[in-house]
Design a protein around this ligand. Structure first.
Ligand SMILES: Cc1cc2nc3c(=O)[nH]c(=O)nc-3n(C[C@H](O)[C@H](O)[C@H](O)COP(=O)(O)OP(=O)(O)OC[C@H]3O[C@@H](n4cnc5c(N)ncnc54)[C@H](O)[C@@H]3O)c2cc1C
Length: 330
């Protein structure tokens, strides 16, 4: 079957990519959004969903997660195809369209808009010999379904909100939950720390992890080390690691894009040095740019209008006012 060729593939479903999806709808473009995370919203949902944002024009104060909910509603205007948990890896120009290879499949598009922010997020891995062999079996970096841990002996690593939230959620599902943090104090919200202290969760602080003991499939025990170097062996079925994320542009750096430090250089049309590949938001730079949500929003109409003119040279770069579009065209 012939694969569909999109007008624009937006790589990155953060605030810039979501606004770009809406704007591409205004310019009648066929849109696909690809993001490596399991949810849309970029840094806002991954790093600070419950933090207020005060510096968006016209919105005096809004929670990051509420801004993302609004953006998602607006982004749906273009009826985009959304591909989550998929990381863009390679690109190749074939005739007048791009072939984009991800870690899952291949996509086709006339143009590409990079709204990839600080890059794809990866969980910070557990640095213990042999850990990789257990990944996805009894060593976990995310919890997809809490029932997977039913009646199990679960060992949670980390001291932030995710580690404490998962420990508390597992309290009544697992047979036993132990949380282990290398520092004396947890860094989670005070109320969550209080809840943990009042819960049945076993607390091991300050303890570092030294070893996973098992057969390469299933972890049977963890060896932890206290501040006086004393060792303790704890029987476990599953280990959940919550050490946060690291972000990296990774594969995008191999595309031959002109870079300045860690940012992709764009011209006044938001076009990169590769014809047909554009960028907006935190991922790109042009002179004295600052990296903020409002700046990414401002770059979107420029990028999308030039993408429209690139695909259809007869169309106007300058868009109509949105009222004209909403009240006459659609
Ligand atoms: C703690 C914190 C607080 C902040 N507070 C504010 C604030 O109050 N006001 C403000 O204006 N800004 C704030 N910022 C900055 C703001 O979050 C960024 O400017 C904004 O997120 C940039 O949006 P973006 O869409 O360009 O990129 P991002 O939000 O980084 O989104 C990029 C998306 O691209 C995806 N991606 C990357 N590479 C790939 C790939 N190869 N394949 C598939 N997907 C990929 C990522 O998974 C991510 O979802 C804050 C940042 C932090 C960390």
């Amino acid at each position: 079957m012939e694969e569909e060729v999109y007008d624009v593939i937006i790589i990155g479903g953060g605030p810039t990519g979501l606004f770009a999806s809406f704007y591409a709808g205004l310019r009648d473009l066929k849109v696909k959004i690809i993001d490596s995370l399991p949810q849309l919203g970029g840094q806002l949902m991954e790093l600070y969903p419950d933090k207020y944002i005060y510096d968006i024009g016209g919105i005096p104060k809004i929670l990051a997660k509420d801004l993302v909910a609004n953006l998602e509603e607006q982004a749906r205007y273009s009826n985009p195809t959304i591909c989550l948990e998929e990381t863009a890896m390679e690109v190749e120009k074939r005739g007048d369209f791009f072939v984009l290879t991800t870690d899952k499949t291949v996509h086709y598009s006339k143009t590409i808009l990079l709204t990839s922010g600080v890059g794809a997020f990866q969980p910070r891995k557990l640095n213990v010999p042999g850990a990789a062999a257990y990944e996805g079996k009894s060593l976990h970096y995310k919890v997809k379904n809490i029932q997977d841990f039913k009646d199990s002996n679960v060992f949670v690593l980390g001291g932030g909100d995710s580690a404490l939230d998962w420990s508390l959620m597992l309290e009544d599902v697992a047979s036993k939950v132990t949380i282990c943090h290398r520092k004396e104090q947890f860094t989670a919200h005070e109320m969550t720390v209080q809840q943990l202290q009042n819960s049945k969760v076993h607390i091991k602080t300050p303890y570092g992890i030294k070893e996973l003991v098992g057969d390469g499939e299933t972890i049977r025990e963890v060896v932890i080390v206290g501040k006086d170097k004393e060792e303790e062996r704890i029987p476990v079925d599953h280990v959940i690691v919550n050490y946060g994320n690291i972000a990296s542009l990774g594969p995008l750096k191999q595309w031959g894009l002109e870079m300045q430090k860690n940012s992709i250089v764009v011209n006044e049309k938001m076009e990169t040095n590769i014809e047909g590949i554009y960028a907006a938001g935190d991922v790109c730079t042009h002179g004295g740019k600052v990296k903020l949500i409002a700046v990414g929003f401002g770059e979107v109409p420029n990028a999308i209008s030039h993408i429209k003119a690139f695909i259809d040279p007869k169309s106007r770069v300058q868009p109509m006012h949105s009222t004209s579009i909403f009240e006459t065209v659609k």
